[in-house]
Design a protein around this ligand. Structure first.
Ligand code: C2E
Ligand code: MG
Ligand code: MG
Length: 621
């Protein structure tokens, strides 16, 4: 650094202005905060005194010297000067390209001990130079000398500060990227997770905004995964999820982001697609890749099937909606029996809205006021004597009006209200039996009530029925519990256990809706039951089949005869539901069906009306 005292004040001033400019340029590149502090300095400068300049100059000098050990400072200053003399742009490069070789050298030499040369000192250097440029006299000369001496330090300080800043930012960016990767990765499968899905959808929206096109979203949920977890344990469940994730990864296309949302749910974002057909084709690809069994451990295979919901949009502002639509579509694929694909359509949203209205109303319902039971007779097919009355639940919601059980029972099952509601029905039926028993003419009457499989999964329900029967003094044999065929098949063990308890207590059991699903007679016969109720759907199907073949609908039906003969073998009554015509009744009687229920005999009605019309026939029973 040249400090020749023979230089004219003018040339010194010119040098100082140059120095100030260099530093200001560097400082400006370093950080906006320095520019802001410069503004503050401007203000201070206007008010300051010459003595303060000197003091400032010395303080600064002392600062730089103490924070930069002398042996380093001298050496580095020389080196820095050389470097800057060879290529003055190195400081600028340091700011612009922290990875350049020169910058690295600069940084390597001026690390550790030099970190003290940060913004604070740079600020003060700028302050000093600015003061010197504007002032005059002795104070100005002193300030200028100090400033000139330190120009090299200042330039390097600026370069280092800038490089460190940029390097720091880059490191920060890298760190941030790695933290983000960690935060957006699912630990088990190492697939991107739900958080990443949000980002992928945002990116897809951005792309749609810029380039048009559509975004597709697939929601994939494994069918029956819970069963694997329950039967084989959580470790096996985890292994299976990892295998499934690997499979899905293999099926992934170039424009697709595969994500594990959580549990057994996965999602795929499809960017830049043209139409629904493309999304559907992708869904098929994922569905098919799961079709081959996964080898959980040597010779232990498990086939995991999936339900996939597909939704597509070309509107970048509707991505939240897209998620909901894909979810609804997936739910619909599940309801249709799983192992399939459903494309979103608006009726799914309406159904979901109705479902949420029903759920809300059900949760808020005052059972005693809004619900009541109606009774429908089940009669002997030959003499119309009453076997029992089936209690059927009715709901009149103040908000939604009359809601049929086929609509509210599944929702009550989903939201858990079925337990409260089901217990209310059973207790009400027992109370009704108690009331009717006080009438000497009705002491023989029996009632059946429908029970959801979820109630049977809960031992409390059976306990409460048995207790309520005891408390009311009603003969348990006058109560029949109807449980659907599908309930027994789906949850056979738990359900059968509770049915056995009920039967041991003297309660009768009816299998409801027989023939409505995939009947498995072998499995059904393992359950204890007294009555087999043939579903109306089977009756209609068999009639239609016979008509199509040109048969006489009043003649016996072979399949009905086969069912009744099995029922006879195991000693149960056979009731056919939904009988509406005399022809049906004639054919059923000829096929060996012993009892019928349906509009032909009587519609469900109030207890009083039931007794008025059928009371006499009970006595005949
Ligand atoms: P379900 O137990 O099979 O009851 C028979 C259904 O068929 C009743 O419908 C009845 O009104 C109807 N039905 C009877 N005869 C005829 C006929 O000749 N033609 C036609 N078209 N229909 C006939 P509902 O009352 O709407 O009940 C529907 C289902 O809701 C019931 O089927 C039962 O599964 C369920 N359900 C009703 N009450 C309860 C209850 O208290 N608890 C539970 N868990 N489910 C109930
Ligand atoms: Mg029933
Ligand atoms: Mg039924």
């Amino acid at each position: 650094m040249n400090s020749d005292s023979n230089r004219t004040t003018g040339s010194t001033r010119g040098w100082t202005i140059f120095a100030v400019t260099v530093v200001l340029v560097l400082a400006a590149s370093v950080s906006l905060s320095i520019l802001q502090s410069l503004e503050a300095l401007e203000e201070r400068r206007a008010q300051s005194e010459a003595g303060e300049f000197r003091l400032a100059a010395h303080t600064l000098e002392a600062d730089v010297m103490t924070s930069t050990p002398a042996h380093h400072l001298g050496h580095d200053l020389d080196w820095a000067q050389d470097t800057l003399a060879r290529d003055p742009s190195v400081a600028i490069h340091a700011l612009e390209e922290p990875d350049r070789r020169e910058t690295r050298e600069l940084l390597e030499r001026l690390t550790d001990d030099h970190h003290g040369l940060g913004f604070e000192q740079l600020d003060r250097l700028v302050d000093l130079f600015a003061e010197a440029a504007e002032s005059s006299g002795e104070a100005a000369d002193a300030a200028e000398r100090s400033a000139i001496q330190m120009l090299g330090v200042a330039a390097i300080a600026a370069a280092i500060a800038g490089a460190l800043l940029l390097n720091g930012r880059r490191r920060e960016r890298l760190l941030h990227a790695s933290l983000r990767r960690q935060a957006e990765t699912d630990e088990l499968t190492e697939l991107p997770n739900r958080r990443h899905l949000e980002r992928a959808l945002r990116d897809a929206g951005e792309r749609m905004r810029l380039e048009g096109g559509s975004t597709g979203l697939l929601y994939l949920d494994l069918d029956g995964f819970k069963g694997v977890n329950d039967s084989r344990g959580h470790d096996a469940g985890d292994s299976l999820l990892t295998l499934v994730a690997d499979r899905l990864r293999r099926a992934r296309g170039a424009k697709e982001t595969l994500v594990r949302i959580g549990g057994d749910e996965f999602a795929v974002v499809l960017v830049g697609i043209t139409d629904e057909a493309e999304a559907r084709a992708a869904a098929h690809r994922y569905l098919e890749i799961l079709d081959r069994p996964c080898e959980l451990s040597p010779h232990q295979f498990e086939t995991m099937r999936a339900s996939i919901g597909v939704a597509v949009t070309s509107d970048p502002s509707s991505l939240d909606e897209l998620r909901r639509e894909a979810d609804l579509a997936m739910y619909s694929a599940k309801v249709r029996g799983g192992h399939g694909i459903a494309l979103f359509d608006p009726s799914m949203r309406e159904a979901a809205e109705l479902q949420s209205d029903l759920t809300r109303a059900l949760r808020a319902a005052r059972i005693d006021e809004e619900f009541h039971l109606v009774y429908q007779p089940v009669v002997n097919i030959h003499d119309d004597s009453v076997l029992f009355a089936e209690a059927l639940l009715r709901w009149t919601s103040p908000e939604l009006g009359a809601v049929p059980p086929m609509d509210f029972i599944p929702i009550a099952e989903q939201c858990g209200e079925i337990h409260k509601l089901g217990a209310w029905v059973a207790h009400n039926v027992i109370d009704q039996l108690a009331v009717w028993s006080t009438d000497s003419e009705l002491t023989e009457i029996c009632i059946s009530c429908n029970v959801s499989v979820l109630q049977l999964a809960d031992t409390e329900f059976v306990d409460s029925v048995i207790q309520h029967l005891r408390r009311s003094g009603v003969d348990p044999a006058r109560l029949t519990i109807e449980v659907t065929e599908s309930a027994i098949l789906e949850r056979s063990e738990a359900a059968v256990e509770q049915l056995v308890r009920l039967r041991d207590a003297g309660v009768k059991i009816a299998i409801d809706d027989f023939g409505s699903g995939y009947s498995n007679l072998g499995q059904l016969l393992r359950a204890p039951f007294d009555v087999l109720k043939i579903d109306r759907a089977l009756l209609l199907e068999l009639s239609a089949m016979r008509q199509a073949m040109g048969g006489d609908p009043a003649m016996p039906c072979d399949i009905m005869s086969a069912i009744t003969s099995i029922a006879r073998t195991v000693g149960t009554d056979v009731v056919c539901e939904g009988v509406e015509t005399e022809i049906q009744r004639t054919s059923l009687a000829a096929s060996g069906v012993t009892h019928v229920q349906g509009w032909l005999i009587g519609k469900p009605t109030s207890p009083a009306e039931f007794i008025r019309v059928f009371g006499r026939k009970v006595i005949a029973a």
